[in-house]
Every structure is written in C-alpha cells, then in structure tokens.
Design a protein around this ligand. Structure first.
Ligand code: DAH
Length: 337
C-alpha cells in the first residue's frame, strides 16, 4: 500500500498542472479533497496495511494531504484574483467607435445664406436676444396698439418692465443704423422668439436673417434684384419666385417673395395651403420714420431691408415637411444632412 502513495502523488501533480480555471479546480477538489475523495480513501484503507507499515504510511499520507491542500489553496487564490479583474477586459469585444458630429441643418442653411450675402458685399452684425420695447417695436414704427405687442405673441421678460425676447431680428437694424454712418450693407442672423403654438409650420423659437442696405438713391429695383440673385443661388437657376405687395410697419412699400412649393412643385398641397407658393422673405424700402429713429436723414438716404425665416428656407431646401423635426435632435434625422 505504501507504494500507492507516490503513484497517487504523481497523478495529483499531473492533474494540478492541467487546471486552468476555477471550474477545473472544483472538479479537482471533488476528486481528491472531499470525504470520499481519493486521498481520504487511502486514509480509510490504512487499516488494511501490515502493522509495521502503519506509522510510516500515516506519515506519508499526511504529507500528501498537506501537499494537496496547499496546492488547492494556492490555485484558488490565483483564480479568484484573476477572475475578479477579468470582466473589465474582454479583448474579444469590438472597439467603441465615436460618432462624428456635423453642423445642424438649420446652421448649414444659415451658413449658406451668409455666404451668398457676404459674396454680394454684405457684412455681418449681431444684436441681443433680450431686447427692449423701444428697439423691438417703437423704433420700427409699430403703433402703440399693434397686436404683436400683445402677450399672445411676445415673451415679456418681466411684466411692467420693457424687456422682452426679440420677436424678430429687425431691432438689430436700429442698432446698426445708430452705430454707423451710411453706406450700410449688413446682414443680421439670429434667434427669435414668439409665443406661438407649436405645429408642423411654426415654432416658438426660430432663426431669422435680417438684411439692411442704406445709401443714396437706393431703389426698389435693387431690392428685387438682390432677392432674385439670392433665390437663384440658393435654389438653382430654374427656381421660380414671385413678389407680392405686403405690409410691415417698418417698410414702405413692402413686399413678400414666394418660391414654388417644394412638395407639390406648384400644383397646390397641404404645405403651401393649396396656393403652390411658399413665402420665404418679407422686405421693402425702409420707412422714413425708421431711418430717422436710426439717426439717418431720409431726405438724403434711402434703403431697403429684408427678413428671412431660416427654418423655412431650410425646409424648402431639404424637402422636410415638418419644422418640428429640425429640433427633435434625433440623430437618424440629423445624419441625413
Ligand atoms: N421682421 C419681419 C418678421 O419678422 C420680417 C421682415 C419683413 C424684415 C420686412 C424686414 C422687412 O427687414 O423689411 O416677420
């Protein structure tokens, strides 16, 4: 029986060398270290051994048991510490790619519009989003009872104080006129705010580009030509547009320019309210009162002004038929531009 001890030890050493994880180690424990395990079985069989062999056999078996227990404890610790860090490093996982952003479609449109006007010689000016009544309304020749002053349309910052979120970029015209002498050739891009219900055609917060041109002998023909050059550059040589008479307190005469509806091509549909046309810009010759409020003498100078809604221009350009999509920031939508 004594000779079985080194044979079992050899077997155990071989098994130990093959264990690579805690699953294998557990199988090893069940084979050698439990009550019915191979080491204990030898202990149990000690009674079969000849009497004179018993002390030495007992000693050898104890050494073997210690050896197995130590080896087991060592491997257990090794696997536990390795497995504790393992989940954080899985080298088989694919790498994480970071997605590259791009300019928002509204800002892409704004940049395109700015490029077209700066090529024509316009410079860029900006004004504050929080305006006072005087710049947003009074100086632009709005009468005191104009409906746009109503709480329905304008976000006032504080009741009783004259501060409000500008409802259009036109107040920047006043600031530009007050800040420089003619000739003036400026565009004024920016964000504007209106207390409107949100639907497919309108938002409470959107963008405009204002334009102002002041010099001696400026005519309506120049305004019309500028608008036509813009429309052709933005929408292509073959795009169709029309001018309609309109009304704004700050221009006289006033007009609006329409472009053929992108959705129906002019046949009439829900987007263009069956007219076949979509309005993209309001414009006109700057009212003498507005020139005066800007510190410019209307008997010497004249000028034209215009105001585009950028979202509207963007929808027309891209064929998107719901303005709200522009601001949901769904990357599946934004990635298309
Ligand atoms: N401010 C106008 C609006 O928000 C747009 C506009 C119309 C601007 C005519 C102008 C203009 O400068 O001449 O609807």
């Amino acid at each position: 029986m004594l000779e079985e001890v080194p044979i079992l030890k050899k077997e155990i050493e071989e098994k130990l060398s093959l264990i690579t994880d805690s699953k294998g180690l557990e199988a090893f424990r069940l084979e050698y270290l439990v009550k019915k395990g191979k080491v204990q079985v030898l202990f149990d069989r000690m009674k079969e051994a000849p009497k004179d062999q018993k002390p030495i056999l007992g000693k050898e078996l104890n050494i073997l048991r210690k050896f197995v227990e130590n080896a087991f404890a060592e491997l257990k610790e090794k696997f536990e510490s390795a497995e504790a860090v393992q989940p954080t490093i899985d080298l088989t996982l694919p790498g994480r790619t970071s997605s590259i952003g791009s300019a928002h479609p509204v800002y892409q449109t704004m940049d395109q519009m700015i490029n077209i006007f700066t090529e024509m010689g316009f410079s860029i000016a900006e004004g504050p989003d929080v305006e006072d009544d005087a710049h947003n309304f009074d100086a632009l020749n709005f009468p005191p009872d104009h409906p746009a002053r109503d709480m329905q349309d304008t976000f006032f910052i504080k009741n009783g104080e004259n501060l409000l979120l500008r409802t259009h970029t036109s107040p920047v015209q006043i600031r530009v006129m007050q800040g420089m002498k003619p000739p003036i050739r400026s565009i004024m891009p920016g964000r504007v705010y209106r207390n409107e219900s949100i639907n497919a055609r309108s938002l409470a917060e959107f963008h405009q580009i204002e334009g102002l041109y002041i010099d001696k002998n400026v005519s309506f023909a120049e305004l019309k030509a500028t608008m036509m050059v813009f429309a052709k550059k933005m929408y292509g040589e073959n795009s169709k547009f029309r001018f309609r008479p309109s009304f704004f307190p700050f221009t006289e005469p006033s007009a609006e320019m329409d472009i053929t509806c992108f959705l129906c091509g002019g046949k009439g549909c829900r987007v263009c309210k069956q007219s076949g046309w979509l309005e993209i810009v309001g414009c006109g010759m700057v009212h003498p009162n507005v020139l005066r409020n800007g510190g410019i003498d209307p008997s010497v100078y004249s000028g034209y002004a215009f105001g585009f809604g950028i979202e509207r221009v963007s929808l027309l350009k891209t064929g998107v038929d719901d303005i709200r999509l522009l601001y949901e920031n769904d990357t599946r939508f934004l990635n298309q531009f």
